[in-house]
Design a protein around this ligand. Structure first.
Ligand code: IMP
Length: 506
């Protein structure tokens, strides 16, 4: 006979936190949100941590390069999606890695005999206003000068004029030489009041560029998530079908963390795929698995699969219809608590800590806070990030408000990429039903603005709970279940609120 779990499936909105003693040191400015992403042994430090507990869903409508750059800047991690060709995903990862390295490989270069029209076209295409001029027009060619948007006026100068007549020639350029430290390069920029410093080798070949704006970006973003080479960190979703080709390509491109992306990760396919990564790369690869909703599945991926972290959640996603289509899933709070309990048990037994990620269904800041209080090491969100300027979809005006399209990875729209890349018959035969919908979400602001509101609330709640880090937050958390009536009591009551649009005189 089927086993019925006595406890009903619960969601985050059914819980509230009861404050603990707040001491004088419990102030938001003292709170650390750093959290592990990779497994580690008791007493050791995790190999990979993030500085805020937020990652993006590996979805077409959420995680492109722009999102990855914006999130890494403030300390989180984006998972570029795998529902695209390996080449496309590699290019996405490479773009994040190229974005800021202190020493940037120049990708917008001119020859001295190019015209100003060529320069203008390159500027528009690349978005870069500083363009090195090399003899052969390559990024490592012999450097002869530099052209910026200040050197010519698009509407005044004759655009058939040659770059060599407008550029600042080598003799007048301040440059650094190979081997210079980033600090010394920045100080040269400061001393000479320059925006960009070319770095040349002893044969005058261009090596890289150092920008003043990168220095300021870095100083303004103290939580930036960087790899060992000071490049922004980026994650990548992978799948159990083409991992033998996709994983090596992504690792070569510099992906810092991989995550197998599946609505149900309690499978031998996923265990085999993670173990394949372990065998090939040992502990140097950070690879997560999921999704799961109970302790058995967590232990399977942790123990047999050797996953670095495990993702929790089936059917709770805002665009997800898995529960109604297939009848599998679990209330997200119940799923998370079951997995966290097993994680802690596993840690006590083995001394190995496996971080847990709560994935999907977080529809407001309170739910994010409750998920972290319940023991999630970090949360993965789709809708939350789809609503920002940096998500990769175009703005759409509907009824006078601005929206962005947001669709599930299990929708026909997302699955369609295979139609063009793996031959028509593969999708035609496999696609039986959808597990996700195609929707719109309102635009709410930039990643930085939106997360800063949520993080301010999180830090404040952590202080209410007498905690200065996420581990203390979970350890101190006391949660109470709420009745429908106390839910009503929690909203505004016995007062009259004005509509946002006040009544107009008619
Ligand atoms: P959200 O943050 O509530 O929007 O949920 C995002 C999460 O939903 C993702 O991280 C995935 O785990 C999950 N998801 C993405 N696409 C689909 C789908 O098409 N069907 C079911 N779940 C999905």
């Amino acid at each position: 006979m089927a086993r019925i779990i006595d406890e009903v499936s619960r969601t985050f909105s059914e819980y509230l936190l009861i404050p603990r003693l707040t001491s004088r040191e419990h102030q938001p400015k003292n709170v650390s949100l750093k959290t592990p992403v990779s497994r580690f042994r008791r007493g050791e430090k995790p190999k990979f941590s993030i500085n805020i507990p937020f990652v993006t869903s590996s979805m077409q409508s959420v995680s492109g390069s722009e999102m990855a750059i914006a999130l890494a800047r403030i300390g989180g991690l984006a998972f570029t999606f795998c529902s695209q060709t390996i080449e496309q995903q590699v290019a996405m990862v490479a773009k994040v890695k190229m974005h800021k390295a202190g020493f940037v490989q120049s990708d917008s270069n001119l020859r001295p005999d190019n015209t100003l029209a060529d320069a203008l076209a390159l500027r528009k295409k690349s978005g870069h206003s500083t363009m090195p001029v090399t003899e052969d027009g390559s990024g490592n060619g012999t450097f002869v000068g530099i052209l910026t948007d200040k050197d010519f006026w698009e509407f005044e100068d004759n655009l058939s004029g040659l770059v060599r007549d407008y550029m600042t020639p080598l003799a007048s350029v301040v440059y650094g030489t190979s081997g210079i430290t980033l600090h010394d390069a920045n100080m040269l920029l400061r001393k000479h009041k320059k925006e960009c410093l070319p770095i040349l080798d002893n044969k005058c070949n261009l090596q890289s560029l150092v920008f003043k704006k990168d220095y300021f970006d870095h100083m303004n973003n103290p939580y930036e998530l960087l790899d060992a080479q000071k490049r922004l960190a980026v994650g990548a979703g992978v799948n159990t079908h083409d991992y033998e080709a996709r994983v090596p390509a992504l690792i070569k491109a510099g992906a810092d963390v991989l995550c197998f992306d599946s609505s149900d990760g309690y499978t031998e396919f996923q265990k085999d795929a993670i173990l394949w990564c372990r065998k090939k790369y040992g502990d140097s690869v950070i690879v997560g698995g999921g999704n799961v909703v109970d302790g058995d599945a967590f232990r399977y991926l942790a123990e047999e699969g050797q996953a670095d972290f495990v993702k929790v959640g089936i059917g709770g996603g805002s665009i997800c219809i898995t529960r109604e289509q297939k009848g599998i899933g679990r209330g997200q709070a119940s799923a998370l608590m079951a997995v966290v309990a097993e994680r802690d048990k596993y840690y006590n037994e083995t001394g190995i800590y496996i971080p847990v990620c709560s994935d999907g269904g977080l529809s407001n800041d309170t739910q994010i806070i409750i998920a972290l209080a319940m023991g999630a090491d970090f949360v993965m969100m789709g809708r939350y990030f789809a609503m920002t300027y940096e998500s990769p979809t175009p703005k759409v005006s509907i009824g006078g408000r601005m929206y962005k399209p947001y669709w599930g990875e299990g929708s026909n729209r997302a699955r369609n990429w295979q139609r063009y890349n793996q031959g028509a018959e593969s999708t035609e035969n496999q696609l039986k039903f959808e597990e996700g919908v195609d929707a719109y979400v309102p635009i709410v602001g930039s990643v930085k603005d939106v997360t800063s509101v949520t993080l301010t609330k999180l830090r404040s709640t952590m202080c209410n709970m007498g905690s200065l880090n996420l581990k203390e937050f979970t350890d101190n958390a006391v949660l109470t279940r709420i009745s429908e009536q106390s839910f009503v009591e929690g909203g505004t009551s016995t007062v009259t609120t004005l509509d946002k649009e006040r009544p107009r005189d008619v």
